[in-house]
Design a protein around this ligand. Structure first.
Ligand SMILES: C=CC1=C(C)c2cc3[nH]c(cc4nc(cc5[nH]c(cc1n2)c(C)c5CCC(=O)O)C(CCC(=O)O)=C4C)c(C)c3C=C
Ligand SMILES: [Fe+2]
Ligand SMILES: [Fe+2]
Length: 346
């Protein structure tokens, strides 16, 4: 029997809602070359000189509006998932954050202490879709730390699961109870990314955003195309729920800066929908498996206000998978029989 450990990897949050801690977190996050993909000096000037000084106080306030007494919702929910998954394993389960705490080194060290002679660590990124700024950076960083500190175990990474039947089933079942209420539309709002990242991630160099209706034309580029993968999640979940296409729509949230990001933008659609006759709205956010600032503040607070102010009548944000029993079951199954990817390092 291989001596194993498990690590669930999420994005991370600031240590507290103080401007100082939020500034530290944003600096680490936005100085990541896979998030702000500019040459180092330019990135440094932009992030440390402009974005973070302006953004940190506003972000700190946003975090204050959603913070729980136990801490950041994203961290608390990741820990709850860890505890739920742990029930199904004798091997230890730890969590690691791409930015902030607990760090990958903290997680690896804890696993090493718990399993003498540790031989394999199975890593599950808590991102269903492949994006350079989410799944890829998390995996590359976990690999770098693994290599830098010469850990003796091998690392097995679970592939993006945007189309995995167990993920789709859990997502659909988590949405289903909300369809009992009267609603006009279900909006799938995914975290956005710059269009530039889609071009960069195109392994063919000639498909993404170049071929007509690219995301629906078969291509090897889809292995790393976030846009394609989000469409597939929406499509499969819509089918699993038995909803007609007219009752479903997809958009992208959280744009940062002025560059074009994936469209349509969620905030814009929330303003337009009531004028198109959509008065009762349900919103699901499948790019996140744990509720976080982007769902609890940007959608449930800001998004709701935009929609109601524009003439909407009811707005319901559907919680993320968090610790839904079917999600815990899916994670358990994948860890038991991991479908691994090769290193994603470019
Ligand atoms: C689907 C996963 C995510 C992708 C892809 C992603 C890309 C991306 N994000 C930013 C900038 C910010 N994101 C912020 C918060 C945040 N982002 C994700 C996930 C993805 N981001 C999550 C889960 C969270 C919430 C963290 C939490 O603590 O709850 C923030 C910080 C908050 C704020 O100031 O708004 C920033 C900034 C970029 C630029 C980007 C792609 C290029
Ligand atoms: Fe983000
Ligand atoms: Fe595509």
């Amino acid at each position: 029997m291989t001596k194993k450990g498990i690590v669930l990897v999420n994005l991370g949050s600031p240590d507290s809602t103080s401007v100082k801690d939020v500034r530290k977190y944003l600096n680490e996050f936005l100085m990541d070359e896979r998030v702000i993909d500019m040459p180092y000096i330019l990135r440094m000037l932009l992030v440390r000189g402009i974005i973070v000084p302006f953004r940190a106080p506003k972000s700190a306030e946003a975090y204050r509006s959603i913070w729980w007494k136990e801490g950041s919702p994203l961290i608390v929910l990741s820990k709850q998932l860890q505890a739920a998954v742990q029930q199904n394993f004798s091997a230890p389960v730890e969590i690691a954050m791409r930015y902030g705490n607990p760090s990958p080194k903290d997680a690896y060290d804890k696993l090493m202490r718990q399993v003498p002679g540790l031989e394999e660590v199975i890593m599950l990124p808590l991102y269903p879709h492949y994006a350079m700024s989410s799944y890829e950076t998390a995996v590359v960083y976990m690999e770098e730390v693994h290599k830098k500190f010469n850990y003796p175990f091998r690392l097995t990474t679970i592939a993006p699961y945007y189309n995995n039947p167990d993920y789709i089933h859990a997502l659909a079942e988590s949405i289903k109870p909300y369809l009992q209420q009267d609603f006009d539309k279900l909006l799938f709002s995914y975290h956005g990314i710059p269009e530039r990242h889609i071009y960069k991630g195109d392994i063919t160099g000639s498909h993404c955003l170049k071929v007509n209706d690219c995301c629906h034309v078969a291509s090897p580029a889809h292995q790393k195309c976030y846009r394609h993968q989000t469409f597939v999640t929406t499509e499969l979940t819509t089918a699993a729920l038995g909803l007609s296409h007219q009752r479903v729509e997809q958009s992208f949230q959280s744009r940062l800066g002025r560059d074009p990001w994936l469209t349509p933008y969620t905030a814009k659609r929330l303003e337009e929908l009531p004028k198109e006759g959509v008065k009762k709205l349900l919103v699901a956010c499948p790019a996140f498996v744990s509720d976080c600032l982007e769902t609890l503040e940007e959608i449930a607070e800001e998004g709701k206000e935009i929609f109601l102010h524009a003439g909407g009548e009811s707005f319901t944000m559907i919680p993320c998978l968090n610790i839904h029993p079917l999600w815990v079951q899916a994670v358990t199954k994948w860890i038991k029989e991991p479908v691994s990817t090769a290193s994603v390092a470019l």
